[in-house]
Design a protein around this ligand. Sequence first.
Ligand code: IPM
Ligand code: MG
Length: 354
Amino acid sequence: MKATITLLPGDGIGPEIVREATLVLSEVASKFGHEFQFCEKLVGGCAIDETGSALPEESLTTCRESDAILLGAVGGPKWDDPNATVRPEQGLLALRKELDLFANLRPVTIHPALAEASPLKAERLAGVDILIVRELTSGIYFGSPRFREKTSEGLRAVDTLEYTDAEIRRVVRVAFQVAGDRSKRVTSVDKANVLDSSRLWREVANEVATEFPEIALDHQLVDSAAMRLITQAASFDVIVTGNMFGDILSDEASVLSGSLGLLPSASLGEGSLGLFEPIHGSAPDIAGKGIANPLATILSGAMLLRHSLGLEQEACAIEAAVHQAVTDGARTSDLGGSLSTQAMTQKVLALLSR
Ligand code: IPM
Ligand code: MG
C-alpha cells in the first residue's frame, strides 16, 4: 500500500527517536512491499522558535492530509518561562483537539526479561497486561473558563473540569470495543465521591455497559486505583478514565514495565487518522547525547501501522523484533545498559529483516 506519514520530531530527544523509528518503518515498507512517504513538520518549542506558533498552520494542514502522524516529544527548559504567552505543549494539545483525537490508547505490558528493571518485586509484575484508554480532548485540559487574575487577596487561577455525556460515551465505547479482544474487563476510574463530572462519567459508563453485555465493568476511585496499580496491577485489564487521571496513571503504570522509554501510545478519533507518540517526554537532560531509548517510538510506529494503516501483520513484526531484541539483552541506559539509540535500533532492524 501507499501511505503518507507526517513526522513531527519536536524537541529534546524527539528528533533522535523519530529518526530511528522512521528507519524501522522504512524497513517494514521494503520488507512487505509498501510505499511510505514521510513528510517532516514543526511542532512544539522548535516551531515557536521558527514561527512563533507551537502548531503552525502548515503543520496542521499536512497532518490532516496524511494517513498517520508520528510525533517525538515537545517541550524543554528553554520554553519554560511561566510568563510565556505560548508554550510547546500547546502545540500537542491543539493537534489532539483539532484532529478530534479523543481516545488515547496506552498499553502497559511487562517484558519478562526486564522484570529486574522495575522497582517492584517480580511477583507483583506477573501477568500484568493493561490497556489504559485516556480521554484526550476534554476534561480539565480544555475546560473553560481558565484564567489567572489579581484579586484584593492576591492572585487567583482557575481551570475548569468539564465533560459532556457525549464526550464520555464515545471514549468509554472505545474502551469496551478494545476490551472485546482482550480479557473482557473494563475498569472505569473516576472521583465520583467528590466530583460532579465523575458522577456523570460513572452514569454514562453504566449506560454504555448495557450495550456490551459480554464485558464486565467495574468502577474505581482514582486514588485507590493508583494504589491498586502498584499492589495488584495484574487485576486490571482495560482502564478507561478522564484526561488528567489518565495522564497521571499512565506515567505511574509505566514504572511497572521498567522504563518510561518503552511505552508507546495511539491517539485516535472517529476516522483512521491517528497520532502516535511515545508516552515519555522530551528528556532535555539527555537530548543530543544519542543515548535515548528509541523503543517507545518504534513501538508507536507499530501502533501506527495497526490502527491507521490496518497493517496488523507488519505491526506484529515490529513488536516481535523489539521483544526479541530485549530478550537478547539489548539495553539502553534507562534499562541499565550501554547501547546507544542507534545501536538499539540496529538490533531491532537486524531482527526485522531476518
Ligand atoms: C502526555 C504528556 C502531555 C499531556 C503533555 C506534554 C502536554 O504528559 O502525553 O502524557 O499531559 O497530555
Ligand atoms: Mg503525561
